[in-house]
Ligand binder design. Structure first.
Ligand SMILES: [Zn+2]
Length: 60
């Protein structure tokens, strides 16, 4: 950025660099079936959330 170094705060530079470091939502693992799941979402495979059945999933 075209701004003299002394005027740019450490926080501001660090905030800019942190934004570039963001890698999006990191998948976690379902506690019931071990499937990769998006955080704070019901598991698509078994329908569990926080250790209990929330949505009934029809088995194929
Ligand atoms: Zn699951």
């Amino acid at each position: 950025m075209a701004l003299q170094q002394s005027k740019l705060s450490k926080q501001r530079s660090r905030m800019r660099r942190a934004a570039n470091r963001y890698r999006g939502l990191q998948p976690g693992k379902c506690g019931m079936c071990g499937e990769a799941v998006i955080p704070h979402r019901v598991c698509a495979k078994c329908g569990h959330y926080k250790g209990r059945q929330v949505v009934s999933v029809t088995a194929e």
